[in-house]
Design a protein around this ligand. Sequence first.
Ligand code: BEZ
Ligand code: FE
Length: 294
Amino acid sequence: MTERDMKYYFTVEDSVQVVQDRAGPNADLRVKFVTDTLVKHLHAFIKEAKPTMDEWMYGIEFLTRTGHLSTDWRQEFILLSDTLGISMLVESLNNDKMSGETESTVLGPFYIANAPRYENGANICLDGKGPPVWVEGRVTDAAGRPIAEATLDVWQANEDGFYDVQQKGVQPDMNLRGVFTSDADGSYYFRSAYPRYYPIPFDGSVGDMLRALDRNAYRPAHLHFIVSAPGYEKVTTHIFTPDCPWLKEDAVFGVKESLIADFHDIDDPARAKLLGLPNPYKSVEWNFVLAKAT
Ligand code: BEZ
Ligand code: FE
């Protein structure tokens, strides 16, 4: 760039270029590209929204409060990203499933890496609350070939709408979470409780935003899964129940149509006894399709 093309002094018209031109010749190319794009869109946003000085200061204080609320236990910035649809956008752009593989969705803040390993058939509902549910299915590749020894990491909220980590001392530790391994034919199965909808934490800056926008804080009822196997792409996903009143209004936009399952009401005392469940119970069959690792 010639000396004459450079913009040194700030004007509203040239605001983007003045800031972008300040980078030096040794700038990291990816950082420069991402920052230039951010500046371009942020300046356009400010020029369109035209915040007053008070509104701009409110924005600064909002982000400051969001930072202060973020700890090892609570990540208000991720919640902000989730509720603005940013998490789902990044996730969807990076996990474009073209060949019928299981679609992914948000991880959320309640995953724990060291959940107990169980044999297939185990019951992960340690507090005994909620309608009993039987979950079964297979893990396969896109051609339907079984994937043996796949790891299925599952977690969900309890009947009261809380994860175990949100209710230390109230729920048993590791309630409603477990790690299963698929059999030689790719099958997996376990007992649990029918999941319930629950609110995301709304006592912080994100909650203030949701209230100001007259938005709800609910996540529709779901089970979380991370399914992985050597040689395949790991998928972080959910199974949603079909009858949840919040299905179309997920506070974090995590619902994809392909992730809504059919849960059946089963009234079969002999089968219930065989599975170790009270009768009646609910049952869902859900197959996971993994993409080959690239
Ligand atoms: C969850 O599903 O656990 C979750 C996801 C995003 C924000 C809060 C909770
Ligand atoms: Fe969840």
